[in-house]
Design a protein around this ligand. Structure first.
Ligand code: FRU
Length: 482
């Protein structure tokens, strides 16, 4: 039943609106402090920026159903990155240059405005085309499409219609637009670059040569490129499609890579000093970093890539991760959840967890386990009487997250139910942040992160920690709400 696939929110009927209101009231699986759509489907974060003394965030939104249909840009704003006001669709694809959706893109803040770049997705029969478009967010919170749209019409020669997800960076007095692209000759993924003196007039420069040997370069498409500076390093982030598994890496349908190094826009090169998977869990894709970040560089991502999740029965699907502060330490990208110290987060009943475990009062909680250096083997488990179980095991620097007994896939899941990573450092602390149907696990203050969805029915959950030596651990369990 996809007859509503290319419909915009402006055509919602009274009946649609009534359904939307009913969906909003349903609480099963709904995170309390992670962003989820009021109804319909959410995917990539877009237009993330600090502008006019507020944080602004948009996301890819199909309001009518839980499949990928006509994409709108839902707008949210916040003072603290935790509580968000929802403003509805601010880029609604009504023009011929975006006839099949306002696809992803990023913001750049200049001249008292936030310039929101996005891809106008166009389909003609089986053919696809892409236009790069601009909309302006002003100080009255209005978003207006630019009269010169599309600012880049169609795709450069030699590329298929898969050219999308503009992210703009400013270097010197020039703006550079990075786009995910696919080459026509061999259908391989690339990042391409345009340059502009004024954000309106764009000249195609060519392909960004990522100078590293890695099988991940053999993707059929790169999506959502991002580039920023963190602690003196250039950081290139992208979401390749079609990479093959490599050891414990790339076990998801689509994966995300970060490279530390140096960009050179004259030569169109990115020299890589280190690269890795950005998140080691099951559900993490299409991250975007904040433009004009007032303090620390910050990233947010779509927690997912699955086509179907149990929440679709409730009329909505997918959520975003927490926003994560980025730093570079010892040539590694570190991600820390920035809301966790926020005053707006209400924290109740902080207490220590003993070996008996605890029956949880709520599935929105934080569990910190510190001083692990003397315990080489530890298991943290979230389980129910009916046999559902999610476990995180640390065994001599091998971290395993096992979702086999909490799998929500209706068929065998081709990528398996365990995610594993062997660290090259000793593990000292684990921070588990759970919010109804999403868990983010931060190891050693964000040195590695695992993002994982799970779909608990209304059942009680036990949280237990067991260790080989039975050492007294320094644990802190805190219920979280906003
Ligand atoms: C990534 C992506 C982008 C595209 C958007 C469409 O998840 O496929 O490349 O712009 O989603 O919703």
């Amino acid at each position: 039943m996809q007859q509503q696939k290319y419909k915009t929110i402006n055509t919602a009927t009274e009946l649609d609106n009534k359904n939307f209101e009913e969906i909003k009231l349903k609480t099963l699986f709904r995170p309390l402090f992670h962003i989820s759509p009021p109804h319909g489907l959410l995917n990539d974060p877009n237009g993330f920026c600090y502008f006019n003394n507020q944080y602004h965030l948009f996301y890819q939104w199909f309001p009518f159903d839980t499949y990928h249909g006509m994409k709108h840009w839902m707008h949210l704003s916040s003072n603290d990155l935790l509580t968000w006001s929802e403003h509805g669709s601010k880029i609604t694809p009504l023009e011929s240059y975006e006839s099949h959706g306002a696809y992803s893109g990023g913001a750049v803040v200049e001249n008292d405005r936030s310039y929101l770049f996005y891809t106008g997705n166009v389909k003609r029969g089986d053919e696809r085309d892409a236009n790069q478009c601009l909309a302006i967010l002003d100080k009255n919170n209005q978003v207006t499409k630019h009269a010169l749209n599309p600012v880049i019409e169609s795709v450069p020669q030699g590329y298929t219609g898969h050219v999308r997800d503009p992210k703009i960076v400013k270097r010197g007095s020039h703006y550079f637009m990075l786009l995910g692209a696919q080459r026509e000759a061999d259908l391989s993924g690339e990042i391409i670059v345009y340059q502009s003196p004024d954000l309106l007039d764009w000249e195609f420069k060519g392909t960004l040569d990522i100078q590293v040997n890695g099988d991940f370069l053999d993707a059929y498409m790169y999506e959502c490129p991002d580039l920023l500076e963190v602690d003196g390093h250039d950081v290139l982030i992208f979401s390749p499609q079609g990479v093959t598994a490599d050891g414990t890496r790339f076990h998801n349908k689509f994966n995300v890579i970060y490279c530390l190094g140096q960009v050179n826009f004259e030569q169109l090169t990115f020299t890589v000093s280190h690269w890795d998977e950005l998140d080691r869990g099951f559900d993490f894709y299409a991250p975007q970093t904040m433009a004009n970040a007032p303090e620390k560089q910050t990233l947010i991502a779509w927690a997912g890539t699955d086509e179907h999740l149990p929440s679709e029965q409730q009329g909505w699907i997918n959520c975003l991760t927490l926003t994560r502060e980025l730093t570079v330490e010892n040539n590694r990208l570190i991600q820390r959840p920035n809301i966790i110290n926020s005053d707006s987060l209400i924290k109740q009943h902080g207490y220590q967890l003993n070996h008996q475990g605890v029956e949880l009062e709520s599935l929105s909680f934080s569990l910190e386990v510190n001083n692990l250096s003397n315990e080489k083997n530890i298991t943290i488990s979230l389980q129910t009487q009916s046999g559902k179980e999610l476990t995180l095991t640390i065994n001599n620097n091998t971290i395993t997250l096992d979702r086999a007994l909490y799998d929500h896939h209706t068929q065998d899941w081709e990528y398996g139910n365990k995610r594993q990573h062997q660290t090259d450092y000793d593990i000292n602390n684990i921070h588990f942040i759970c919010d109804q149907s999403i868990i983010e696990i931060y190891i050693n203050d964000g040195r590695d992160v695992f993002t994982c969805l799970f779909f608990p029915e209304q059942e009680n959950h036990q949280l237990t920690i067991s260790t080989e030596k039975g050492a007294d651990l320094d644990t802190q369990l805190t219920y979280l709400t906003i």
